[in-house]
Design a binder for this molecule. Structure first.
Ligand SMILES: [Mn+2]
Length: 330
């Protein structure tokens, strides 16, 4: 770990100590919570009596994991989030912007942001702290903190949550680097966790019959386009966009996009191959720029990013194709 990272962990420890003296700490996840955000929030909350993990919505896998581990998670109402009366601070985990939390944050409460997205729109303000590491998963930052300051919090349950965030955010270690393996090895060391059955339980697709039907239809609608130097596969889906994207990537896409229109919002989900990233595609910044130019909210990682806006499906697709076509293949 770099000395600067050590300093940030120490600042985090001071921030948490000060906040817990003022009152309760809400550890807030991003909406449609994936395993990285939910695992980070639950693991960090378990290390502090004053802290509670909370958020507006859990994704399917995270919900299943929370139920299986019987982990305490407070579901919030996005219209009227109820915060504890004496709130000492809010820690937002794995969220690239305030909008991504899906709730309005009270403006007089100190904020701490813990994130790993390459695009990040936060301004933590007075009394705030921002920790953004270029790591594969936010759970790695939480693990580094717990290891250093709260090692007794690293129970089997917490290790499982942290590992689940790491395994899913690295796409089963496909987007891993040396530090991801370091974290994984350290989580498994002296642990009773059975890695094989853990992976099996993560991989149960959990798709319902109607999800499977929707995925099959989305695949039958897919189209291939030469977008400049890039082979783009695109489709639209009513649900399970990331499953459809993964299938399109397996079918040889440099870049895959899936769009969904619901409740007046068009959501574009995108993925890029490692080779495409190396040769110049950075989806997070492409979608961040498109959101700046056309409205809505966009960003993410180089290889996986999203954009939500009120444009129609055709406009969203053409804006993306135009942007991708403009990137020369290096
Ligand atoms: Mn993440």
């Amino acid at each position: 770990m770099k000395p600067a990272d050590e300093e940030q962990l120490s600042a985090l420890n001071d921030w948490i100590t000060a906040a817990s003296e003022r009152g309760a700490i809400a550890i807030l996840t991003h909406r449609n919570g994936d395993m990285d955000t939910i695992g980070s929030a639950l693991a960090l909350a378990s290390s502090c009596d004053q802290a509670m993990a909370c958020g507006v919505h859990l994704g399917r896998l995270a919900r299943k994991m929370v139920e299986e581990l019987d982990a305490p998670f407070l579901k919030m109402d996005f219209d009227a989030p109820r915060w504890p009366r004496r709130l000492g601070g809010i820690i937002v985990v794995d969220s690239a912007s305030a909008e991504q939390t899906g709730v309005e944050l009270p403006d007089d409460i100190p904020l701490c942001i813990i994130d790993h997205h390459s695009t990040n729109d936060w301004n933590p303000g007075l009394g705030g702290l921002s920790i953004n590491w270029a790591v594969s998963a936010t759970t790695q930052i939480i693990h580094s903190y717990l290891q250093r300051y709260q090692p007794s919090a690293l129970s089997e349950k917490v290790r499982t949550l942290l590992l689940a965030g790491l395994v899913t955010d690295t796409g089963r270690f496909r987007h891993a680097d040396e530090f991801s393996f370091d974290t994984a090895a350290s989580l498994l060391k002296d642990s009773a966790l059975d890695y094989r059955s853990f992976i099996e339980s993560l991989e149960e697709s959990g798709l319902t019959r109607s999800d499977k039907g929707a995925v099959a239809k989305a695949l039958s609608r897919s189209q291939g386009i030469d977008a400049g130097g890039w082979w783009l596969l695109k489709s639209s889906a009513s649900t399970q966009e990331s499953v459809v994207c993964r299938a399109l990537m397996s079918a040889g896409a440099d870049v895959a996009i899936v769009v969904r229109r619901r409740d007046g919002v068009t959501r574009l989900t995108s993925r890029a191959s490692r080779q495409a990233i190396v040769e110049g595609v950075q989806l997070g910044s492409i979608l961040d720029d498109l959101a700046d130019a056309h409205g809505g909210e966009g960003g993410g990682h180089d290889g996986a990013a999203g954009w939500s806006s009120d444009l129609d499906v055709i406009a969203v697709e053409s804006a993306f194709i135009h942007a991708l076509t403009g990137i020369p293949r290096s």
